[in-house]
Design a protein around this ligand. Structure first.
Ligand SMILES: *Cc1c(COP(=O)(O)O)cnc(C)c1O
Length: 368
């Protein structure tokens, strides 16, 4: 089977390093707040050009912590996209806010910056741009709107490790959250995430909040405020440290596969992800629109090719968000994408014959 992301193949290539790293943690018997966490936080923050990294339990916690550090209050509105994984919006609710959706740009699949100002009210406090599929949002436009209306930004980079906008990695607005869910471009062996920030005060607050409200000064037995338990653990940090040096090569490989797909698939008239102007997409998913998705997916399965849908149900149509009061038809471009998108394998270790097999089965069976 050609997988969307072949984690078994990836593991086989780094098995010895991973086993050594895990064994070292087991020998140390130090599982939290240790040297691997610190090392990984520093390395990952540096790779993205930000000053502080706070490892946490998953990418959803990372968004919640970031919103809280930026001062979100109950009822505050935060603008985001309905074309994303549920956590982009559920984290806003978990932090006490109200997600307000704007439709996507149908070419890049990222939030349509031109739609944002129409959604700003007196209650709007921030924007969560989501670099969906690893394609950066139109950050120049979004930053200008945030500045004009004094809104905070939390970049949801869960799918966008090492993606770039302009000359900088994503996150350059100052607060960025990442997920290391196993299937992400950089994946742990369980749940993990990180918040990056350039604000030292926010960093200290988030570190304390994720650790039961313990500050540097309060020590082990005093809790300066009511936090929670949202820490990353040393095993995950050690695994991520082993994988991190490979991330550049994996990213280049994803981009190379996407380029080969684009050449054959676009030539046939299919719509695929348009890389953001001034952006560098890291293709967390390779997405193409078709009119015969179900039939095509079974055909791909028969030919030994995995496929996926990211995402079939837009957030404004999720039962969980019924109370937000949206209707079918509110975000037509998101709804059209949800009906038509299919994700093809983009595992960095794919060889040329596998790529060619995907292209030929796709082009022979997909309908415009
Ligand atoms: C995966 C993901 C998250 C949540 O990350 P978890 O680590 O699964 O909590 C948030 N936003 C987006 C866009 C994601 O893809």
């Amino acid at each position: 089977m050609i997988e969307l992301l072949d984690l078994k193949k990836q593991y086989a290539a780094i098995r010895e390093q991973i086993q050594t790293a895990i064994t070292e943690v087991l020998e140390d018997q130090r599982f939290l707040l240790g040297p691997r966490t610190k090392g990984f936080e520093e390395n990952f923050a540096e790779m993205h050009g930000l000053q502080h990294g706070i490892g946490c339990s998953n990418g959803t916690s990372a968004i919640v912590l970031a919103l809280q550090a930026l001062g979100i209050q109950p009822g505050d509105e935060v603008i985001t996209t309905p074309h994303t994984f549920i956590a982009s919006a559920s984290a806003i609710i978990n932090a006490g806010g109200v997600p307000v959706f704007v439709d996507i740009d149908p070419e890049t699949y990222t939030m349509d910056a031109r739609a944002i100002e129409g959604k700003i009210t007196k209650k709007t406090k921030g924007i969560v741009p989501v670099h969906i599929y690893g394609n950066p949002c139109d950050m120049d436009a979004i930053k200008a709107i945030a500045q004009k209306h004094q809104l905070f930004l939390v970049e949801d980079c869960a799918q966008a490790h090492l993606a770039r906008y302009g000359n900088l990695p994503v996150g350059s607005s100052g607060t960025a959250t990442f997920s290391f869910y196993p299937g992400k471009n950089l994946g742990a062996y369980g749940d993990a995430g990180i918040v990056l920030t350039n604000n030292a005060e926010h960093a200290a607050w988030m570190r304390a909040s994720a650790n039961h409200g313990r500050t540097k000064d309060s020590g082990k037995y005093l809790h300066a405020f009511i936090g929670s338990n949202q820490r990353i653990d040393e095993l995950q940090a050690a695994i991520l440290q082993v994988k991190l040096p490979y991330l550049n090569a994996w990213t280049e490989s994803r981009r190379r596969i996407a380029q080969i797909y684009d050449e054959s698939i676009r030539k046939k008239g299919f719509k695929t992800i348009k890389e953001q102007t001034n952006g560098l997409c890291v293709y967390h998913q390779y997405v193409v629109e078709v009119s015969n998705r179900n039939e095509l997916m079974s055909r791909l399965t028969q030919e030994g090719i995995a496929s996926g849908i990211h995402y079939p149900v837009p957030l404004h149509m999720q039962p969980a968000f019924k109370h937000l009061g949206y209707q079918i038809g509110d975000f037509p471009r998101t709804e059209q994408a949800a009906e038509r998108v299919i994700s093809l394998p983009i595992s960095p270790d794919m060889d040329d014959s596998e790529i060619a097999h995907v292209v030929s089965v796709f082009t022979e069976n997909a309908r415009l």
